[in-house]
Design a protein around this ligand. Structure first.
Ligand code: CUA
Length: 379
C-alpha cells in the first residue's frame, strides 16, 4: 500500500485504468474515486500474493506427505488385513479424485467461460433444469453405492473368524500405559514387543486391565478397541518380515500418546529361536556389576511391580522383565533400549513419560549403573 504507483504499473492496474472501471466497494465516480481505486487495486494484489503463498505452502505440505519413512503409515500394508483396508482406501481415493477433477473442471470452465469481460452482456439466468437436477442427484448416489458395496464386503471379510483354528494365539492386555503380550500355547509373557512368524495366521485376543484402549498396528491391520470386561478379536497373517510400530489409538489417560509398542515379524527359524529364548527363565548374572544390579533390583521397590522368571521378583503390576535386554525399546515403544536411555528412564521416569505408574526410586549413581547392567543382561 506504500507504493501505489508501482502497484498501478502492474497489469491489474493498467487494465483497470484503461477500462475506467472500479472494483467492488469503491465509490464509482466523483472526487476520491481514483484514490479508492488505487487502494482497492493494491488490496487485490496483496490478496493475490497471499493466495499464491498459501497455495505454495499447502502444496509443499501435501507433497511432504508423499516422502520419508513413516513407520505407522497404513499405506504400506504388510498383512492380508492391512492389504484389504489399503485396497478399499485406494478405491475410495480414486472415486474422490474423479469427483474432485469433475467438480473443479466444471468450476474452472465456468469461471473462464463466463468471466466478466468489457462489453459483455449479462449472462442469461436459468431456473430448474430437469436433466441437470436429476444428473447431480443420481451421480453422487451411484458413487456412494459403488463405495458402499466394497466397504461392507471388506467389513464382513475382515470380521469373519477364520474357519481353521488360528495357528497362533496372541493375548494382548492393554494397561495404563503399556501392553502385555501373552502366548498361551507357548507359555510366554512379555511386554511392549510381540514377535510373530511371517505367513502364519495370528488370532489376536484383546483385553484391558483398566480403561478402554485401542490396539493399532497400521501396517498390519485396522485398529480395534480394547475394552475392560470383554474380549475383542482380530485376525491377520503378516506377509513380510520387519519391525512394525503400534500405538494405542484411544485416549486412555495421561500417557496415552506414549503407549506404543512394536510387533516384530520374524521368519520361522528366527521366531522359533525367539520362542525358545523367551521360554527359558532369566539367566543368572555372572559379572560382578550385574550381580550387584540384581541385588539392587531385589532389595528395592522394583521387585513389587515387575516379574523376572527364575528369581523372587513376581510383581504383575508392571511389565515382565524376564528378557528385557532382548527388547528393542523401553517405556512402551518410547525409547531405544540403550544403556543411556535406561539410565534416564530409571533416574527420571516421570520426566521421560509423565504420569506413568513407575515411581522414581532414590538410588545412587552407582546403583543405577549396576541396575542397568543387570537389566540389559536379561536377554
Ligand atoms: Cu491406551 Cu490410549
Amino acid at each position: 500500500m506504500g507504493r501505489p504507483n508501482a502497484l498501478l504499473a502492474g497489469p491489474v492496474g493498467r487494465v483497470d485504468a484503461r477500462e475506467g472501471r472500479t472494483y467492488r466497494g469503491a465509490p464509482g465516480r466523483g472526487p476520491g474515486g481514483a484514490n479508492a481505486r488505487i487502494r482497492n487495486v493494491s488490496i487485490e494484489l496483496l490478496n493475490r500474493r497471499f493466495l499464491v503463498a498459501a497455495t505454495l505452502v499447502t502444496g509443499l505440505a501435501v507433497l511432504q506427505g508423499c516422502g520419508g519413512a513413516y513407520p505407522q503409515s497404513a499405506l504400506h500394508p504388510a498383512s492380508d488385513f492391512a492389504d484389504r483396508l489399503d485396497g478399499l482406501f485406494m478405491q475410495i481415493f480414486w472415486w474422490a479424485m474423479g469427483v474432485f477433477v469433475v467438480v473443479m473442471g466444471a468450476l474452472a470452465y465456468t469461471i473462464i467461460r463466463w468471466r466478466e469481460r468489457p462489453g459483455a452482456t449479462r449472462p442469461r439466468e436459468m431456473h430448474g433444469h430437469a436433466l441437470l437436477e436429476v444428473g447431480w442427484t443420481l451421480a453422487p448416489a451411484l458413487i456412494l453405492v459403488a463405495i458402499a458395496i466394497p466397504t461392507i464386503r471388506t467389513i464382513f471379510v475382515v470380521d469373519r473368524p477364520p474357519d481353521e483354528p488360528a495357528s497362533l494365539t496372541l493375548e494382548v492386555v492393554g494397561r495404563q500405559w503399556w501392553w502385555e503380550f501373552r502366548y498361551p500355547e507357548l507359555g510366554i509373557t512379555t511386554a511392549n514387543e510381540a514377535h510373530l512368524p511371517v505367513g502364519r495366521r495370528v488370532d489376536v485376543r484383546l483385553h484391558s486391565a483398566d480403561v478402554v484402549h485401542s490396539f493399532w498396528v497400521p501396517r498390519l491391520g485396522g485398529k480395534r478397541d480394547v475394552v475392560p470386561g470383554r474380549e475383542n478379536q482380530i485376525w491377520f497373517t503378516p506377509d513380510s518380515v520387519g519391525v512394525f510400530w503400534g500405538q494405542c489409538a484411544e485416549y486412555c489417560g495421561t500417557a496415552h500418546a506414549l503407549m506404543g509398542f512394536r510387533v516384530v515379524v520374524d521368519d520361522s527359524t528366527t521366531f522359533d529361536e525367539w520362542v525358545a529364548a523367551q521360554q527359558a527363565p532369566a539367566t543368572p548374572p555372572r559379572e560382578a556389576q550385574a550381580r550387584a544390579g540384581q541385588g539392587v533390583f531385589m532389595s528395592n521397590a522394583c521387585v513389587s511391580c515387575h516379574a523376572i522368571e527364575g528369581t523372587v521378583a513376581r510383581g504383575v503390576f508392571g511389565p515382565n522383565l524376564t528378557h528385557f535386554g532382548s527388547r528393542l525399546t523401553l517405556g512402551a515403544g518410547l525409547l531405544d533400549n540403550t544403556p543411556e536411555n535406561l539410565v534416564r528412564w530409571i533416574d527420571s521416569t516421570q520426566t521421560v513419560k509423565p504420569g506413568n505408574h513407575m515411581p522414581e526410586v532414590a538410588l545412587t549413581e552407582q546403583q543405577v549403573q549396576q541396575l542397568v547392567t543387570y537389566l540389559l543382561s536379561l536377554r
